[in-house]
Structures are given as structure tokens and as C-alpha cells.
Design a protein around this ligand. Structure first.
Ligand SMILES: *Cc1c(COP(=O)(O)O)cnc(C)c1O
Length: 399
């Protein structure tokens, strides 16, 4: 899965052979790499304008909505900041749901724009109960925005958007969803929930490079943003100005990231050709393999309940006295396998195996588990590597 350029990239031939992290998901396909290597056209070139318009069309098909999506030219955190700056009007009351590192971070962002941020906090190994959202909305009908992270990547947990979104029915509040690490690997129903603003990125389950933010914006959200005098205008954060940039006769407010758009176009073609259901099924199979294998290896899933575990990433609690950063460093050095960890409040304690995009096949976690088991032994912990391989293979092929 390593690119041929690893030797050149690292200069010492010591690049990772397998990147099984939480995005960039590493295993960029030959088609995506070929797209990145295309000549960089001028952004007003008709050929680029046509490619950009096709990319927006493919993205709408991938989102499965009736809305034209918006592409912003910056990694997903820029998209989240743009969503907050645009949708949170002065004086707005925001209900932010926190069940992990990214939910916590969004609260900090929201406080910059909101009149008041109310938070519902669940343990970082848990999901936010929909009933708590119901109670909060009933207690504070002035809540204008509800923000939630679909997949809390460092925790490997999912919030139940079907249940949470249903609680907003009958209220005017807009729903803001960070679907960065779920979209493409887990079901996202932006129109059905509905999500008013959803932020997605290419570098997770779509298997692209980081560098763009992909936004779904509902009609209600557009009205709200247009009416917000503080929504960014004349700014890279301006969803209003990037909104119709793909339409004939329009122009780009700034130069788009041409090569990233090529890569996104290719990733979306691959995703749609394979079919979202097929892609999700192999994420599910990879997740089953990762969880069963990790338990057989002797580790505990970080999530309090397996039913909230994500199909896109598996978070594992380290045994007492074992530092995940040390384990990852050993896995990277000895096995040349790149795992994820070290995020926010979970740093040192929780490590993640990413199974996203082109890495979401049942055999990928097997590789991660062998590297992880070898590293655990190196640091003096026990690991049943053979048992983990057997369990992962069995779980990966069962449905
Ligand atoms: C990856 C990710 C982002 C983007 O954040 P980075 O810190 O730049 O990786 C945002 N939200 C979630 C849930 C993510 O997994």
C-alpha cells in the first residue's frame, strides 16, 4: 500500500509501508496519485472550470442530496470554522454536544461567535443520549443551533444522528454536523436527518489528500447564513462566495487548490463507481475484524459499549502503565506501520487503528494488529498475536 515515492519522500527508505491511521488514510490509490500528478491548470482555464463543475456534481451525488455542495479551500478544520462563523449569528444560543476531543474543540470555536454555548457532555467513551438533547431543547426553546460530531475519531465512537436529529423536529434550531470521519464509511443522511450544515473532508473515508473542506448546506441554513451580517464575506471562510462558484458565468472568489480538486474528482469517481453501499460494507467488515482482533490480542475497546463503535476507526485502551505513544513509535520503527493516537485528552492512553477509505478492507486491521502486538511485546506487555489474527480473519469474513 506504500506509494513508490516513499524512498524519495523520506530520503532513507524508511517510510511507512502501511498507514492505518485516522486520516490522511494513507493508502492513496494509483488513480488518485495519477490525478495529483496532472499539470496544474490556471483556475480560469475552461478545462479546469469544467472539471470543477463535474466535481461539484459528483460530490452532490456522493452526498445523496438535492443541494449543490460547497467546496472550501482548506483542510476540514477550516470547513468547521467556516460553518461556525457563518451559521452562528451574534447572540445565537448554541447547544454543543460533547462526547470527545472534536466536540470539545467545536465548543471552543462556537464560543467565539455565539451569545451563549450550552453543552451536553457525555464521557469520551460514550455517545450523547438523544433524550438529553430533547430535554435541553425543551428547557431552552431559544437554542438556534445544535452542533454534533458524528464520529468522534479519537474515541472511535459514533453519535446516533438518526435519534439526535429526530429531536429537532418541531424546533427551528439548525443542526451542524461534523461528518469528517464518518462520511464515506458510515451512513450519512444529510437530507433525511436533516443536517443543515455538514462538514466532510477528502482525507478520511474518501482516501484523498488533506486540503479541502466539503460542505452540505440546507435551504434553511442558506437563509440563516444570508441573514447573518457577520457571516464571512471577502474571506477564505466565505461559504456565500464559494457557493455557486461552479456555475457557468461565475468565477472563483480566490484561486482554488487545483491539484486537490483533481484528487477529489478522482476519489469521488472511485467512490461512486464502487458504490456507497459496497464501500460501507467493507468499512463494516474491517471494523469487525479490528475489534475482534484487538480483543483477542488482549486489549480493551475504548468505547464503553461496542454498539457505539465506529466502522471507520477502532480506538483501543492501552494496558495500565503502557504509553500508546511509545507503542506507536515502536510499531512505526520496527514494523513500518503508522497508527494513530496522541489526540487531546486521550493522548497517552488510547490508540487508534484507522480503517478508512482504501485502508478499509478486513486484512488491513490484521496488519495493524500484528504490528501493534509486536510493539506491545517490545514494551513488555502481553499480546496474543496468533489469536488476534485468527479472530480478525474470522470476524472480517463473517456478516
Ligand atoms: C480529521 C477530523 C477533523 C479534521 O481535523 P484535523 O485535526 O485537522 O485532522 C475534524 N473532525 C473530525 C471528527 C475528524 O476526524
Amino acid at each position: 500500500m506504500a506509494g513508490q515515492g516513499d524512498r524519495e519522500l523520506t530520503g532513507d527508505g524508511a517510510g511507512p509501508v502501511f498507514t492505518l491511521a485516522t486520516g490522511p488514510s494513507g493508502t492513496t490509490t494509483p488513480a488518485t496519485l495519477a490525478a495529483l500528478a496532472q499539470p496544474v491548470l490556471h483556475h480560469t482555464d475552461p478545462a479546469f472550470r469544467a472539471l470543477y463543475a463535474r466535481t461539484v456534481e459528483l460530490l452532490r451525488a456522493a452526498f445523496g442530496t438535492g443541494q449543490d455542495p460547497v467546496i472550501l479551500q482548506g483542510e476540514a478544520v477550516l470547513g468547521l470554522e467556516a460553518a461556525a462563523a457563518s451559521a452562528i449569528a451574534p447572540g445565537e444560543v448554541v447547544l454543543n454536544l460533547v462526547s470527545g476531543v472534536f466536540g470539545r474543540a467545536f465548543g471552543r470555536l462556537a464560543r467565539r461567535y455565539a451569545g451563549e454555548v450550552i453543552e451536553i457532555e457525555a464521557g469520551y467513551d460514550s455517545a450523547v443520549p438523544a433524550a438529553a438533547v430533547r430535554d435541553a431543547l425543551a428547557a431552552r426553546p431559544d437554542i438556534g443551533i445544535v452542533s454534533v460530531v458524528h464520529c468522534e475519531t479519537p474515541s472511535g465512537t459514533m453519535n446516533d444522528l438518526d435519534a439526535i436529529a429526530a429531536e429537532l423536529a418541531g424546533y427551528d434550531a439548525l443542526l451542524l454536523v461534523d461528518a469528517v470521519s464518518s462520511f464515506g464509511g458510515a451512513r450519512c443522511d444529510f437530507d433525511g436527518w436533516p443536517a443543515d450544515v455538514a462538514v466532510v473532508a477528502p482525507q478520511k473515508c474518501l482516501g484523498g489528500p488533506p486540503g479541502l473542506s466539503l460542505l452540505h448546506v440546507s435551504d434553511d441554513a442558506w437563509r440563516h447564513i444570508e441573514a447573518n451580517p457577520h457571516a464571512p464575506r471577502g474571506s477564505v471562510l466565505s461559504v456565500l462566495e464559494w457557493r455557486d462558484a461552479h456555475l457557468p458565468g461565475r468565477s472563483f472568489p480566490f484561486t482554488p487548490s487545483v491539484s486537490e480538486v483533481y484528487a477529489l474528482h478522482s476519489c469521488l469517481e472511485q467512490y461512486l463507481a464502487e458504490g456507497p453501499d459496497t464501500v460501507r460494507a467493507r468499512h463494516r467488515a474491517a471494523a469487525r475484524a479490528a475489534r475482534a482482533g484487538a480483543v483477542a490480542l488482549g486489549l480493551k475497546l475504548w468505547a464503553a459499549d461496542e454498539s457505539i463503535c465506529s466502522d471507520t476507526v477502532t480506538a483501543l485502551a492501552m494496558p495500565d502503565g503502557v504509553d500508546e505513544a511509545k507503542v506507536r513509535a515502536v510499531a512505526r520503527a520496527e514494523s513500518r506501520v503508522m497508527l494513530a493516537g496522541g489526540q487531546g485528552e486521550l493522548a497517552g492512553r488510547v490508540l487508534q487503528i484507522g480503517h478508512m477509505g482504501p485502508a478499509a478492507y478486513p486484512l488491513s486491521p490484521v496488519i495493524a494488529l500484528v504490528a501493534l502486538g509486536s510493539a506491545l511485546r517490545k514494551v513488555g506487555a502481553a499480546a496474543d498475536i496468533g489469536g488476534a489474527v485468527e479472530a480478525a480473519l474470522a470476524a472480517g469474513s463473517a456478516e
